[in-house]
Design a protein around this ligand. Structure first.
Ligand SMILES: Nc1ncnc2c1ncn2[C@@H]1O[C@H](COP(=O)(O)OP(=O)(O)OP(=O)(O)O)[C@@H](O)[C@H]1O
Length: 254
């Protein structure tokens, strides 16, 4: 059985006298340790799907299982990274990273050690006692990545985490994320608007249709050798970009 299994998920938002069908028959599954990127037009339901997988919002119908368990509400085996870092400004970097362990009542010496290891992995050791306002946007997002990983979740949900960063920082964050994924072995479901980011990071790219979202195209990304920035200039990378662009309807005549 797949680690994450999304079957026939439908989500209808109702309110203000109207209904919005955000997802309709969304189907997707992936194995433990896989990195899956979701691409799709703005407003097609990508964030809605992430929130359903996390149990933060309920689905109207269909089924979502993670590690064989049906998701019926929030659970602790995932970490969530949002587009904005949403750090607590009065806490230090280390205390922000440790915050989930307070909620889980597991803020002990092992948690402190793990926080320091994650800060080292993301190059933030010397900022452990700084406050968020003393960090750049990219560094703040690294803190929120550490916070999402502090309780060793097997699933990492990321909603356009690098969308607000400049191109150079975004490329650096992509490489950092590949390193973090290698270390943690977490499965990742990653929403992005960037075709090249989706291909660079993923084992599998899923392209959604316009709302209500269904899977329009799903393909495995096979790139030569270990990934580095030079991979972006290989024929295999260009071909994957072409497939995703075509599925998004970007290659039609004007
Ligand atoms: N709480 C809500 N109440 C009503 N409608 C909602 C709610 N949340 C989302 N929607 C609607 O559901 C649809 C899908 O929204 P969602 O945020 O999932 O799209 P998205 O693909 O993540 O968009 P973007 O790429 O622009 O971030 C949109 O039409 C949105 O207006």
């Amino acid at each position: 059985m797949a680690f994450v299994e999304i079957s026939n998920v439908r989500k209808v938002f109702s309110g203000g006298g109207r209904e919005v069908v955000a997802l309709d028959e969304a189907n997707l599954s992936f194995g433990e340790g896989e990195f899956v990127a979701l691409l799709g037009p703005s407003g097609c339901g990508k964030t809605t799907l992430l929130k359903i997988v996390s149990g933060l919002i309920s689905k109207t119908s269909g089924s979502v299982t993670v590690a064989g368990q049906e998701v019926t509400g929030p659970y602790s085996d995932y970490g969530f990274v949002f587009q904005q870092p949403s750090l607590m400004p009065w806490r230090t970097v280390r205390e922000n990273v440790l915050f989930p362990m307070e909620i889980l009542k597991r803020k002990d010496a092992a948690a402190a050690k793990r926080a320091d290891e994650l800060l080292a992995l993301t190059g933030l050791s010397s900022f452990a006692n700084s406050r968020p306002h003393e960090l750049s946007g990219g560094m703040q997002q690294r803190v929120s990545l550490c916070r999402a990983l502090i309780h060793k979740p097997r699933l990492l949900l990321m909603d356009e985490p690098f969308g607000a960063l400049d191109e150079f920082t975004r490329l650096e964050m992509n490489d950092l994320l590949l390193k973090v994924k290698d270390e943690t072995k977490a499965s990742v479901l990653f929403v992005t608007h960037s075709i090249s980011e989706a291909i660079y990071l993923s084992d599998k790219v899923v392209v959604f249709s316009r709302r209500p979202a269904r899977v329009h195209l799903e393909f495995n990304v096979a790139l030569p050798g270990p990934r580095s920035q030079a991979t972006r200039f290989t024929p295999e990378f260009t071909e994957a970009e072409r497939r995703a662009s075509e599925a998004l309807g970007l290659l039609g005549a004007h």
